[in-house]
Every structure is written in C-alpha cells, then in structure tokens.
Design a protein around this ligand. Structure first.
Ligand code: ADP
Ligand code: MG
Length: 322
C-alpha cells in the first residue's frame, strides 16, 4: 500500500473527514481552506504524541486516536473556542491495515463528540508519532487567556482531578485491577472529554483559564506567572473521583490531584459574582482556592497552613521533583 492509497483508504474515507461547518475545502489539495464568520479569530494549537513517551508502543490504536484528538481539542476548550478542524501528521514504522483502521475509528469517535473535522495532514515513515494541530474559532477579544486573573477572584476547576495520574499504573500494566472503579479511571485516561461547553460558558466570565495537562500545581503556576498574581490552592477542597478514592489512600490520591498530569480538566479564575449562575449550569465546577496579590502557587492544608507542594508536574527538559 503506497502513501496515497493509505491516505485515501484511512483518512479521506474517514467519517471525520466529511466537510463540516466552517470548512470551505478539506483534504486533497495543497491546503485546506477555513471560512471564519466575520468578527471571529482563529485559535490554533499543536500537540505531538511520541510512542514510548506519551503512550505505550503497543497500545490499542482506537484508544490512541481518541485520546490524541481529545488532548488536542482540550486546548481549544481552554481558550473558549469552538472546534472547527484538525490536521494529522502521522509518522509510522509500517502501514498496518488493522492499526490504521483502529486509529481512524478512534479519531472518528472523538471527532463526532467534539464536532470537529479532519482537514489534512502528512504521512511519513519513521518511529511512531502523531502530531495533531487543531483549529477553532472564537469571537474577537473573547478568548480565555492565562493572563487576566485578579486578586479576589475564585480559583475553580471543571471536574475531578488526579484520574489521569491514578490510571497510569493501570495503563502501564504495573497494576492489575478489573474493578468498576479502575475501569472508570482507565476510561478517563484514554478518553478525557474535552470541556468544550464549559469553555464556551466561561467566555465573558472567567478572568483566566487553561486546561490541566501537566498537573494542577504546575499549571496554576502558568496562570500565576502570566497574570502576575498568587494562586492559593486549598488541598481539602480538591475534587477526587469515586474511582480515585477507591483505588488510592487519601494522601496518594491528593498527590495525584495536585501533581499528576493528564487530567484535561479546565482550571480557571472567576470573579465571585459569576459563581452561582455557573454552578447552576455546570454542577461539576468546584472552587478550590482563590487569587491573591503576590506571586507563585501556595498550597494550604485543612488548617490553612502553607505546606510545601510535593513533586511538580511533568516537564520534558526539566529537573524533576525540585
Ligand atoms: P503535499 O505533498 O502537498 O504535502 P501530501 O501528498 O502530503 O500533500 O498529502 C495529500 C493530501 O492528503 C493533502 O491534502 C494532505 O493534507 C492530506 N493528508 C496527508 N496525510 C494525511 C493524514 N495522515 N491525514 C489526513 N490527511 C492527510
Ligand atoms: Mg505532505
């Protein structure tokens, strides 16, 4: 099977490659063409997943496709953008029909949930990796950046934390558990639902936002730095899923919630007057702290004492645990 046959069979033919709203021209030409409504800005984000670094080499391609797209679309959700299209740059050691079909089906499943279309890509031979670039649209000036948090705002998250890190020993086969709770953690790891609707609801309300990919404390550090404020996290308020609580004692569960990556929940700062209306629509939203004048991220225990955080989030080129 040649490169063009592969592209045609698995990607041009994929359900997610069908033309969607805002796509004037999809796969097949030198470029795709996007048609933005007047007054909207294009939101763009790229993520690369490398076999053996971001996912196990032998993982199920359906799950990989789902997860790769979910992780990328989560960045659009974090900006308050509506998904439009994505490209897929795929590097493969060999063209395995079953593997490609599984990947395409996984992309299809997540693309349908997110209402996003595959609009192009590139296909090359080499060590397995995927690069997805997602495109979204947002009314000019309304994107949720990391830079607007103000002292007095609440610090909130869009749902339970720590499930991604809690699932990792199961993903890596270091822990064997077939319980309902373990399966729930695995489901979150392989298919973290991008919080698109919440992102849209936060437009005009949240003062800063991002999606938690590297761990709550590390990612809160990005808001603190970009907004030139201090973020205070109250450890006892962190929402932990039933699955995480069932599989881990409280301390390790809290540490997963604080420092583990792969949650893809939104974290955002919110002027307090918006809380009631947001909670009415999004009951999964939880206040976990507040914004103060100052710098950095501060972690408080149940008695309000400032405690040193455990290990920081994941960094590819950083020293760990400092
Ligand atoms: P070019 O040589 O102009 O870069 P290619 O031959 O790489 O074009 O690709 C042909 C068409 O197929 C282009 O529209 C490209 O976007 C699309 N394409 C290539 N690989 C993929 C892929 N993995 N998924 C989706 N579309 C792809
Ligand atoms: Mg090309």
């Amino acid at each position: 099977m040649g490169e063009f046959e592969l592209i045609r069979r698995y990607f041009v033919a994929a359900a997610c490659a069908a033309a969607g709203e805002g796509i004037a021209l999809g796969i097949g030409d030198d470029c795709a063409l996007l048609q933005l409504p007047a007054g909207e800005q294009l939101a763009v984000s790229t993520d690369t997943l490398v076999a053996g670094v971001h996912f196990p080499v032998l993982c199920d391609p359906f799950l990989l496709g789902q997860r790769a797209l979910a992780v990328s679309v989560s960045d659009l959700a974090a900006m308050g953008a509506t998904p439009v299209g994505f490209t897929l740059a795929l590097t493969l050691p060999a063209a395995d029909a079953d593997w490609l079909q599984g990947l395409a089906r996984g992309l299809d499943a997540m693309a349908r949930d997110c209402a996003i279309s595959l609009i192009g890509g590139d296909t090359t031979r080499g060590p397995l990796s995927l690069t997805l670039t997602v495109f979204g649209r947002v009314p000019a000036g309304q994107a949720l950046t990391r830079a607007g948090a103000r002292p007095g705002d609440l610090l909130c998250v869009g749902g339970s934390l720590g499930d991604g890190a809690g699932a990792l020993p199961l993903v890596l086969g270091e822990r064997d558990d077939d319980s309902h709770e373990a399966r729930a953690l695995l489901a979150h790891y392989w298919s973290p639902p991008p919080q698109i609707g919440l992102g849209l609801a936060l437009r005009g309300k949240a003062s800063a936002a991002l999606d938690i990919s590297d761990g709550l404390l590390a990612d809160c550090g990005h808001i603190a730095a970009a907004s030139a404020v201090a973020l205070v996290v109250e450890r006892e308020r962190l929402p932990l899923s039933a699955g995480l609580r069932a599989l881990y004692p409280r301390e390790p569960a809290l540490n997963h919630a604080l420092a583990g990556g792969d949650d893809y929940r939104l974290a955002f700062t919110l002027p307090p007057q918006h809380l009631a209306s947001l909670l009415a629509e999004w009951p999964g939203v939880t206040v976990i702290g507040r914004v103060e004048a100052g710098t950095g991220v501060h972690l408080l225990d149940a008695d309000g004492r400032d405690i040193r955080p455990p290990a920081r989030g994941f960094q590819h080129f950083g020293s760990q645990g400092d």
